[in-house]
Design a binder for this molecule. Structure first.
Ligand code: PLP
Length: 384
């Protein structure tokens, strides 16, 4: 083996937190040190500063930081008073957290199919799911469109259906924060938006974290109360059932530094996706972005004919190129969720996609040489 092959054999990271740390130099360490010095580990000044900057970035009136993306979703449902007998419409092709929070408040998730090109909620299937919920005696209450893999859902269509049926819209942009729809950032649509700062998300912290974005002035004090055990005017008065939902000050301090370079990272991610698209479109189905949208490319996910994916993953693994499958089992087929209602006659697109999709390495620090190595490995594997 010559030295060139040896260098190539070093595994490609699926996401690269270390490269980002290198770019930020000692700014993260200094930000953390400041919190260690002032010791306001909860509700510290960095939390308020971060909430202001996050709201401005998203184009939302308010940002309420919290403990995770999952808790952000749950806190919104709690603040709205969603309850037993209510139906909440969720895509079947998503991360489980989208639907998980619905039974937490006693309500029923009703699963909706997705579109084959964008992988996002199918508006026609949402209409069908509303009929199913009504037939089952449920009260259609809210819909949770998900910006899967970084691309906003069809918000024009979903907001129109929600308006016609009196549904609240809770946007789940855990994967889509930083993307746009009709030129506006996610976080500025619907009644409220939940996002996540899980380390692997496009804007991640160094632990768990999340945020809620909303323009609804009346919702803000309710969310803040839910975040602190349902506190009233006095800290030790409990006016509702709440939770421990705060974002740690250390995480807010880290996120302030990362938000400052996020615009650059968005551009870098888009450049990687553009190159992947051009180099792979003739050997697999590359992702499609709606002309009204931009994607933040939380994942770069291709489709292959049924039965090809696992062979590709094994071949790439041998070349040090990691892959991941999001998601192998759609929600309506998950053991814990299979008893909940679903739209129409099954959810054929969610089922098809769960057998076909595979995600390639994608992050803002993936240089062109490494991209070329991924591209060459995919092409070799699919040719063989
Ligand atoms: C990651 C994710 C969440 C949950 O976020 P956590 O911060 O991990 O709780 C919710 N919805 C979607 C679509 C996600 O990808």
């Amino acid at each position: 083996m010559n030295s060139h092959v040896k260098i190539d054999a070093a595994p490609v990271p699926f996401i690269d937190v270390a490269a980002q740390r290198a770019r930020l130099g000692n700014r993260i360490d200094e930000a953390v040190a400041r919190v260690l010095a002032h010791c306001r580990f909860l509700n510290g000044p960095e939390v308020t500063e971060f909430e202001g900057k996050l709201a401005a970035f998203a184009g939302a009136k308010h940002a309420i930081s919290c403990s995770s993306g999952t808790d952000a979703l749950a806190m919104i449902l709690m603040a709205w008073g969603v309850k037993a007998g209510d139906a909440v419409f969720c895509p079947a092709f998503t991360f489980c957290a989208t639907a998980e929070v619905v039974p937490w408040v006693g309500a029923t998730p009703v699963f909706v199919d997705v579109l084959p090109d964008t992988f996002n909620m199918d508006p026609a299937s949402l209409e069908a799911a509303i009929k199913v919920a009504e037939r089952e005696g449920l009260n259609p209450k809210a819909v949770i469109p998900v910006d899967l893999f970084g691309q906003p859902a069809d918000l024009d269509a979903i907001l129109a259906i929600a308006k016609a049926h009196g549904l609240k819209v809770l946007c789940d942009t855990a994967q889509g924060f930083g993307a746009t729809w009709n030129g506006k950032r996610t976080g500025s649509f619907g009644d409220a938006t939940a996002t996540s700062f899980f380390p692997a998300k496009p804007l991640g912290c160094f632990g768990d974290g999340g945020a809620i974005l909303t323009d609804d002035d009346d919702l803000v004090p309710v969310l803040k109360s839910v975040r602190e055990h349902g506190q009233g005017v006095d800290k030790y008065e409990n006016v509702r059932i709440g939770m421990t939902g705060r974002l740690d000050t250390i995480q807010a301090a880290i996120l302030l530094e990362k938000l400052a370079i996020f615009e650059d990272e968005i551009a870098a991610r888009d450049a990687v996706a553009t190159r992947y698209n051009a180099a792979l479109a003739d050997v697999c189905t590359v992702p499609v972005v709606d002309p009204r949208a931009t994607s933040i490319w939380a994942q770069y996910t291709i489709r292959l004919p049924h039965g090809v994916r696992d062979g590709l993953a094994a071949a790439l693994q041998k070349e040090g190129v990691p892959t991941a499958v999001y998601y192998r089992i759609p929600m309506h087929r998950q053991p814990a969720y299979a008893h909940f209602p679903a739209a129409g006659n099954g959810l054929p697109i969610s089922e098809q996609l769960s057998g076909e999709v595979i995600s390639l390495p994608m992050h803002a620090y993936l240089d062109e040489a490494t991209q070329d190595r991924v591209i060459a490995a995919v092409r070799r594997a699919l040719a063989g």
